[in-house]
Design a protein around this ligand. Sequence first.
Ligand SMILES: [Zn+2]
Length: 355
Amino acid sequence: MKGSIRLFKIFGISINIHVTFFLLLILVVPGGIKWLALVIGVFFFVTVHELCHSLVAKYFGITVHEITLLPIGGISSMTKMPEKPIQEFLISIAGPLSNIVIMLVLFFPLKLAIGDSVLLNFVHTWQLSTATWPLTVAYLYWINLFLAGFNLLPAFPMDGGRVLRSLLATKLGYQKATKIAVNFGHVFALIFAYFGIIRFNIILVIIAVFIYTAASSEEMHVDVKETLKKFRVRDILPRDFITVTGSTTLAKILELIFHSHQEDFPIVEGKGLVGFATRQDIMEGMHRFGTTKTVRDVMRHSFPKVKDTDSLVKVQTIMHENGMRALPVMKGAEVIGVVTIEDIGRVYAMASQRT
Ligand SMILES: [Zn+2]
């Protein structure tokens, strides 16, 4: 995530801290060393929570690049979320479960260390305090209950929203389950907004907006996926396409771009595909070297390829993961076309149009 600093790497996942986190530090520092300890403790528990999501995801073969710690909690960047309900359920429940396990494990040691009355003070008074160190430790302990509880709210983008979707999906299918979970998200957002407004609590209002938009974008995301699943590359592949050889000049390529609808070119030598140049590669190349250089100087040598039988969802995922807007399409060893993000967008726009 932009604006974050890497702290360390564990299990191949980098743990980053977002710069806005330092705002939080500035806010709590006047509160004294106990508040600082509290913040550090919270972020330790949030990191454990996110790591548990990530480790279960890794177990199911999903790549997790990084965990970013924000003042409002943590975000694990996963390449995708599994659609198998049981996998999504286990990944989502792992985080809140870790906080509950922490509470169970720490209960007796803390009871011995700081005493019954201090540890359970919260249960009796519903108040948390940093008046003394033992009370601060108890505060930190109970924060795990909030982390588990808040994240288990059945609303996207909370873990509970995913838990709900996965449970519904076993009976109703993925898309319908998502719709219901999204509606839950919207209802929760409205409830938060209501209390935020009548109590002048700006944080609640921010959370409400966050939940509302995240729920809507999850619905959109699933709609796109479900629509694109119905199409294969060969269903939408433009009929005519141009290949070039490595010695084609960038000036010539520019001319081809102007005279055709194609902006990304497979480079073929003999019978084999030897390179690929996207619109961006070509434009950057012209900027750096001028138009007299050849496409060989700017082309990519390693790049993902897709098959004509691949589904558009798969193609979109590959594009996303590799940061490419176009990919060469293969049938066996032969390149038979180029598929672009615009092609996919057009198909989605047509297929999802409701009359
Ligand atoms: Zn979580």
